[in-house]
Design a protein around this ligand. Structure first.
Ligand SMILES: [Zn+2]
Length: 413
């Protein structure tokens, strides 16, 4: 391996390190929230619980990223990737299978490390702090399903890449980008009906009072909704949430059963109004557009990089398509993290806008503030993350910032 190869690996490792460093910064920030009174959201007992949970969570996450980075780099430095590439080169299978086997072996090893930390996070953090309520069987079942789905998507995308590289050498990135963008929309469309039910059971909202209140809200803003569903989240976790999923005739609002147990009817209506805000303000298509732009930029970058022979040579690998694609995948995945600030900033703006919408449409800012506070408390969310961590990783604004914005809304009324 030459200096260029070490520089490539250094860049990739830097991103893992930087991501882990953000967890460490969050840990320090947590230390600066001295007491529940300083924050004004948690009572003393809840505050101590939140701090203890967040400390464990952040340490687990930071160690996971470092180990992930070290394992990936070690696979290159110790010559394992080269070994697989040389064995595959002498094999008789075609380009598609060589590419698939290469990715399945390397990404599979990285995924195994991830699975170990998932188990650690689930049983040593979530379960110990009273959030995870499922058992080992449920955990293994979910892990098997998500790994299987991930594997299918990986093979599908690699198949499309190889197909278009074969068919059109210079334009393959455009066709692959188009395919991935359409696949993204397809997933958003089928997610509520086919993917989410693999992990959770759903049923129609039973509470007549709540249903009437929600339907009245929809009538008021002239919207039609296909379904109000309750997700039986409590079978696995005590975390609370709600989300708007799907597009077209598959769109639906999903409330966690844990949320229904935790909030009053007025507060749930506010949460619902916030989710309705995401829909009415067009946040789903806007985010699909953003991800489409990112996909095209990423594929164009990949197209430019995959032809650079020196990268494979610098890493001591044979120059062939599977090796080039693997190296490019590693570099582009790392570079994608640097796009996070833009995507996260858009997402946080959408959250502020949906908050504002909820307050305007319900006219009950106090209930909304109570609902929001309960949501953050129930989930033991860190109320004072480090600003740099917020920039890179927070799709939702920190609670104190959200409350401040809502106070401004109230002031304007
Ligand atoms: Zn939201």
């Amino acid at each position: 391996m030459s200096t260029g190869g070490y520089l490539i690996l250094l860049f990739v490792f830097f991103v893992f390190l930087f991501d882990a460093l953000l967890d460490v910064l969050d840990l320090f920030s947590l230390g600066r929230c001295k007491s529940a009174d300083d924050i004004g959201v948690y009572d003393e007992k809840q505050f101590r619980r939140m701090v203890s949970y967040q400390k464990d969570k952040l340490v687990c996450r930071a160690v996971r990223k470092l180990v992930n980075g070290v394992v990936l780099i070690a696979l290159f430095v110790l010559g394992f990737v080269k070994y697989v590439a040389v064995v595959l080169e002498s094999g008789v299978c075609g380009l598609f299978w060589k590419t698939v086997i290469m990715f399945v072996i390397i990404e599979g090893i990285v995924a195994l490390v991830g699975a170990f930390f998932d188990a650690l996070d689930t049983f040593e953090v979530e379960k110990r702090h009273g959030f995870y309520t499922g058992g080992l069987t449920v955990f293994l079942r979910d892990m098997f399903i998500s790994s299987f789905l991930g594997g299918v998507v990986l093979v599908l995308v690699l198949g499309v890449v190889v197909l278009f590289v074969d068919l059109s050498h210079s334009k393959w990135w455009v066709y692959v980008a188009l395919f991935i963008s359409m696949f993204n929309v397809f997933v958003v469309y089928i997610y509520p009906s086919f993917v989410a039910p693999l992990f959770y059971k759903f049923h129609e909202l039973e509470s007549v009072e709540l249903r009437e209140r929600i339907e009245r809200l929809f009538d008021m803003v002239g919207s039609k909704l296909r379904g109000i569903y309750v997700m039986e989240a409590s079978k696995k976790s005590k975390h609370t949430n709600a989300y708007f999923a799907g597009v077209g005739n598959k769109k639906r609002v999903v409330l966690f059963d844990t949320l229904i147990e935790s909030l009053s009817v007025d507060e749930i209506v506010c949460v619902f109004a916030h989710e309705l805000g995401h829909y009415k303000l067009g946040h789903i298509p806007k985010m699909i557009f953003v991800s489409t732009v990112v996909v095209f930029v990423v594929l164009y970058m990949s197209y430019g990089l995959v032809n650079l022979k020196w990268m494979c040579v610098a890493l001591g690998l044979p120059y062939n398509f599977p090796c080039s694609l693997l190296v490019v995948f590693m570099i582009v995945s790392a570079a994608l993290f640097l796009v996070n600030p833009l995507v996260m900033a858009i997402s946080r703006k959408h959250e502020f806008d949906a908050d504002r919408y909820a307050v305007d449409v319900t006219g009950t800012p106090h209930s909304f503030i109570r609902a929001l506070t309960e949501l953050y408390k129930d989930n033991a969310v860190n109320p004072c993350p480090h600003p740099l961590s917020v920039v890179f990783r927070y799709s939702h604004p920190p609670i104190l910032l959200r409350l401040r914005k809502l106070e401004e809304c109230k002031g304007m009324k």
